[in-house]
Design a protein around this ligand. Sequence first.
Ligand code: ATP
Ligand code: MG
Ligand code: MG
Ligand code: MG
Length: 469
Amino acid sequence: MSSTNEVRRSFLDYFGKAGHAITPSAPLVPYNDPTLMFVNAGMVPFKNVFTGLETPPAPRATSSQKCVRAGGKHNDLDNVGYTARHHTFFEMLGNFSFGDYFKEQAITHAWTLLTREWGIPKDRLTVTVYHTDDEAHELWRKIAGLPDERIIRIPTSDNFWSMGDTGPCGPCSEIFYDHGDHIFGGPPGSPDEDGDRFVEIWNLVFMQYEQQADGTRRNLPKPSIDTGMGIERIAAVLQGAHDNYDTDTFKALIAASEGLTNVAAQGEQAASHRVIADHLRSTSFLMADGVLPSNEGRGYVLRRIMRRAMRHAHLLGASEPLMHRLVPALVTEMGQAYPELLRGQALIEEVLEREETQFRRTLDKGLKLLDEATGDLGAGGELDGEIAFRLYDTFGFPYDLTEDALRARGIGVDRAGFDTAMARQKAAARAAWKGSGEAASGEVWFDIAEREGASEFTGYASTSGEGRV
Ligand code: ATP
Ligand code: MG
Ligand code: MG
Ligand code: MG
C-alpha cells in the first residue's frame, strides 16, 4: 500500500528523473491572475509561461499543486460528501512541457507511470480523446495497445481545453480507472458516466493551437503539455479503495472527527464526517495561504465553507466548537509536505474557534426558523426566498448552507425570491446613504461591494472549457 505522501513523492521522483524541474506548489491565491478566485489546476502558476509572457523555469516541470474548486465555474462544493471523488481542496499532480516534448512522450510517460511503475492493470484503464484527434487515438493504440473500444472519442468541451477566449488551446485526453461493475456508472460518453464506477484519474492537455481574437486558430510553433491528476483519486486506486474518503489521509481525519463527536461515520452521519474532513482541509489551507473569513470575495467563500462544516458538526451533536480541534490531525497528515500548515497552525485554530463560537450563537435559532418554515414541506417542496434571505441576513446562513441543510429532505430554495429580497435590501441601504448627504461616495462604495460581494469571479475560470486542468 502506498500512502498519499508516498504517492506524491513517487510521482515527483518519476518526472524528476525524466528531466522535469521539481517545482513546489504555488499558494492558493493566484499571484498572476486577478480574475481567478483560487488556483484550481496545476497549470495556473505556469499560465504566463504557456502564453509566452514569462520565460519557463526549465523546459519541463513537475509539481503537486494545491487546488480549491469552491467558487466560479469549477465549483465542486455541492459534490462533497456525496460523490466518491470530489473535494473542495485537492492536490493536482502534474507534468508540464513548455514547448519541449509533446503528445507521444506525454502519453508514454503517463502510461509507463501508471502501468509499469505503479502496476495498475491495463484492463482497468479506459481513455478518451477529442473526436477529431486521430493522432492521440493512434498513439494510445500504439503505446498502450488499447483496443479501439477503450479509446473513446468525445465531441464535447470535456475533451477540448482552452485558456480563455484567446490564447493556447487544444484537445485533451482523460484517463479513467474502472473500479468494477459492483459500482454504479458507465464509461465516459455513456448515459451513466456520472456514476462513480469509471473515475477520471488523469487529464492530459495537448496545447497545440492558439485561439485568435478573430475566431480562427493557428498552430503553435512549439506545442506544449499540461497534465493534471488528482492525488486523492490515484491514492484511492493504489490503496485498493474505491472511494477517496477511504484513503489514509481521509481515514485519519474522519477518525479524529469520530473521536471528538463520538459518532461513527456510518449511514447518514458518514456524509457529515466527510464534509467536515474535506472542509477542514480547504479552510485550513486557505488560511495558511493568507485568506481570512470576511463578508466578501475570497474571504466569504472561506466563511461559507467553514459554516457548512460547522453545521455538520452541529448535526453530529457537537455541543461546542469542533473544527479547531481537528487541525492537529491535519497537521500530522499533511504538515510535512506543506510546512505552511505548521507555521499557520496557531492562527488557523484561533480563527476557526472564534468563527465557530460566533456562528453557534445564531445557528440554533436559524435552524429552528428553518424547521418551522419547512415543517409542512415534503420532497419537491421549496423554501420561501424571503426566509432564506432572513436566514442569511439575520442568522448568518450563507445561501448554499441553507440549500445543503434541506438537501437530505429533497427540498429546494426559491433562489429568485432570495435574490429579490437581497436586491431590495441593497436598494434600501443605498437610499439610506443618499439621505445622509454622502450620495456620491456611498454610491461608489455600494457598487464596489456589489461587484466584489458577488463573490463569483468569472473571467479566466469561466471562459475555459470544462475539461481544463
Ligand atoms: P471530473 O470530471 O471528475 O469533475 P475534471 O475533468 O473536472 O474532473 P480536471 O479539470 O480535468 O477535472 O482536473 C484534472 C484532475 O484533477 C482530474 O482528472 C481529477 O483527477 C482531479 N480533480 C478534478 N476535480 C477534483 C475535485 N473536485 N476533487 C478531487 N480531484 C479532482
Ligand atoms: Mg469537474
Ligand atoms: Mg478532466
Ligand atoms: Mg472530467
